[in-house]
Design a protein around this ligand. Sequence first.
Ligand code: COA
Length: 156
Amino acid sequence: MIPKKVKVEIRRVALEDAAWKKAFDAFYRDSPPPKDTLEIPHAYFAAYHNGKIVGHSVIYKKLAKWVLDGLRVKPEWRERGIAKNLTAARIRYAVENGAKEIWYDCEDGNLVTTCCHLRFGFKKVGHRGLGDDRNTVHSYRLKVTDGLTKKLNLPE
Ligand SMILES: CC(C)(COP(=O)(O)OP(=O)(O)OC[C@H]1O[C@@H](n2cnc3c(N)ncnc32)[C@H](O)[C@@H]1OP(=O)(O)O)[C@@H](O)C(=O)NCCC(=O)NCCS
């Protein structure tokens, strides 16, 4: 049993890092990987314990919109604040790179991921409007405010 309070390091990883890319492919082998972000500005963030990936996520910028995607924590590592920390790291990155708003899409039934994001101030803004799941997937937006930058200890 993994203790609830365990040291996990969150760090940004780069596509050029071959060891990480191998671990990345293995991590998403049994679940949908994040969108292909090669051609657009993006940053991957992973949670590591003793050199192994236990959580992963990405933020990318498409058509001037910063979007969170690919958040996943290994089942045995859940409910330890890892997703929350991955989300904070991605928001911090976007704000430091000039984001005024940050977006993500989420299935209505996925209450856990909603928990991981709503705490930062994301608000539901409407249906995604694309694909077969358009009625059950909503878009969420976070407006970057002074309050948020203070909360994340960012320069204003
Ligand atoms: C969603 C997911 C990333 C959450 O990861 P996690 O590391 O367990 O999340 P955290 O520990 O950071 O929890 C964040 C908040 O959600 C709550 N939460 C987490 N798991 C929960 C559960 N099973 N039931 C109720 N609340 C839960 C936590 O209590 C926490 O809130 P708190 O700080 O107020 O207690 C993880 O469950 C997962 O990988 N799911 C499968 C993939 C997925 O659904 N990804 C999102 C797609 S958009």
